[in-house]
Design a protein around this ligand. Structure first.
Ligand code: NAP
Length: 478
């Protein structure tokens, strides 16, 4: 590989690392995306331009002109992948981002498996020393499992699929895992195909399909609430698969990018599991996560006390310290701009306003920070759970907007609750709690929230956008 190509890959890698570093803070995240995007573009363009040059230089007898066909295929592939990705990326609402991440990440796994398949079908994976088929086959295994699992994650998050309870699923999956392990070993040694009375191509085909089906089966019973952890686990594994196939192709950019994604995905998985108080194995083996309507019905049925939007605004205007807890409902209502307008009005009246962000508020990591940043809320008003949780006891008002699970005290007290142990924002400890929500709807985990029935809680019913508009009006009329 030429020096220029290697140098470009190095620059692309540096841009990717720098981009990831900047993504760790909402202040620099936008730049980080830009850096990483430019890095990926550079690596893609260099690889794209380099390919025809290779074929031109090779100019093997009988292969003249063939590189044009390859170029055409690459262009078609870029169009098939790039055009829908660009179109859907621009259109998808922020609330649907997790399923988009799931499906694109899964396709990355599929691409890694496809590279391995090409190398195995062509026999190239078996030409060198043993580490090449081992790494190619493991990459294919992980990539195909990731694709199957990510498709299911997408369908679930899109609301197109429930979580079927499969009796003895751990036993069935264990048997399948053993069979898949045998197929994996057999695919590393193509000579084993003859013992199974199969051609090498059939063996590889069965192995790939079995991996895909295994990914589907292990993900199917996992509930929606655990999907973020599942997606980031697949993200980590698929990064690894891409890195492995990079090794097979001897492409350093793929190796480094794959390993970075693998490492970042692993860290994200650990952090998210911690934020939801779930262990990694518990997520994958217990089948929790879809407590659904049964749990909703089992919650307290007392009356909720309500308050008019204008009265709520007036209440806050005469207090000194307000902490706002945004949640998924704020994103659904797209009320972030109105909220920022309202907050500025409160500030002008001398009220101290802060935002408390739970790590899994909304539907993806960083969802609320992105939403608030979009509205122009300064970063020094946004606090993480650990930074602000002890301040709720001194706050006059906790204004909960479209948040539910992340302020549910059952997580502290109710051992039978599916969210027991999850760290929550201590909104219930504020002197007064005002909650904006449309009705009695439960949170993502499907369970009732006793905070809404608390002595110091009042509900301001309505869509967050409408309610905050009325609150702004209320302040103007004061
Ligand atoms: P949540 O528990 O899903 O609750 C959202 C609340 O918003 C609901 O109670 C709903 O009540 C209300 N709401 C919906 N639309 C509204 C609107 N237009 N206006 C006003 N209110 C509206 O949200 P959360 O507290 O943010 O908790 C996040 C949950 O999602 C956690 O369980 C978390 O584990 C899970 N999760 C997180 C991620 C992540 O990475 N952040 C990813 C996937 C899942 P009404 O229907 O009564 O209005």
């Amino acid at each position: 590989m030429s020096f220029a190509v290697q140098a470009s890959y190095l620059i692309a890698t540096l841009l990717l690392v720098l981009g990831l570093k900047q993504m760790s803070s909402p202040r620099t995240a936008r730049n980080g995306m830009l850096f990483a995007g430019v890095g990926m573009l550079l690596a893609t363009v260099v690889t794209f331009l380099y390919l025809p040059a290779v074929h031109k230089l090779a100019s093997l007898p009988g292969h003249e002109g063939v590189w044009w066909h390859r170029l055409a295929l690459i262009l078609i592939a870029i169009a098939v992948g790039g055009v829908p990705a660009w179109w859907s990326g621009r259109r998808v609402p922020l609330t649907d981002m997790p399923q988009m991440v799931a499906i694109y990440n899964g396709l990355g796994g599929g691409a890694a498996a496809a590279i391995a398949a090409v190398e195995m079908y062509s026999g190239r994976a078996y030409l060198g020393s043993l580490e090449f088929p081992i790494i190619a086959v493991i990459g294919a295994l992980v990539g195909a499992i990731g694709l199957g699992g990510s498709i299911i994650a997408f369908l679930k998050l899109q609301g197109w699929m429930g979580s079927p309870r499969i009796v003895g699923r751990n036993f069935i999956n264990a048997i399948l895992a053993i069979l898949l392990l045998a197929l994996t070993v057999a695919s590393i040694f193509p000579s084993s195909a003859s013992y199974l009375n199969l051609s090498v191509d059939s063996l590889v085909g069965i192995f790939l399909i079995a991996s895909l089906v295994f990914g589907i089966l292990i993900t199917m019973p996992i509930g929606g609430a655990d999907m973020p952890v599942v997606i980031s686990t697949y993200n980590a594994c698929i990064g690894l698969a891409v890195g492995f196939e990079g090794f097979v192709l001897q492409n350093p950019a793929m190796i480094i990018a794959g390993m970075i994604v693998g490492a970042a995905g692993t860290l994200l998985t650990v952090l998210m599991a911690k934020a939801m108080n779930r262990s990694f194995f518990n997520v994958w083996l217990s089948g929790f996560g879809d407590v659904g309507t049964a749990a909703t019905a089992a919650g307290p049925q007392q009356a909720m006390k309500s308050m008019d939007a204008r009265d709520a605004a007036a209440t806050m205007a005469y207090f000194e310290d307000v902490i706002i807890v945004p949640g998924y409902g704020l994103a659904v209502a797209q009320a972030q701009h109105k909220l920022w307008e309202f907050v500025q009005m409160l500030q002008k009246r001398g009220v101290r306003v802060r935002f408390a962000i739970h790590p899994v508020a909304g539907r993806m990591p960083g969802h609320m920070s992105v939403l608030l940043a979009e509205a122009g809320v300064p970063y020094d008003m946004i606090y993480d759970l650990e930074e602000i949780n002890s301040d709720f006891v001194n706050a006059d008002v906790a204004l909960v907007i479209g948040a539910n699970d992340v302020v549910n005290p059952a997580a502290r007290t109710d051992k039978s609750s599916p969210i027991y142990g999850m760290p929550i924002l201590n909104a219930d400890q504020a002197r007064q709690v005002l909650v904006i929500k449309r009705g009695r709807g439960a949170g993502f985990s499907g369970i009732e929230n006793e905070l809404f029935f608390g002595a110091n809680t009042q509900l301001v019913f309505g869509d967050a956008q409408d309610v905050i508009s009325k609150m702004i009006q209320g302040l103007k009329e004061l």
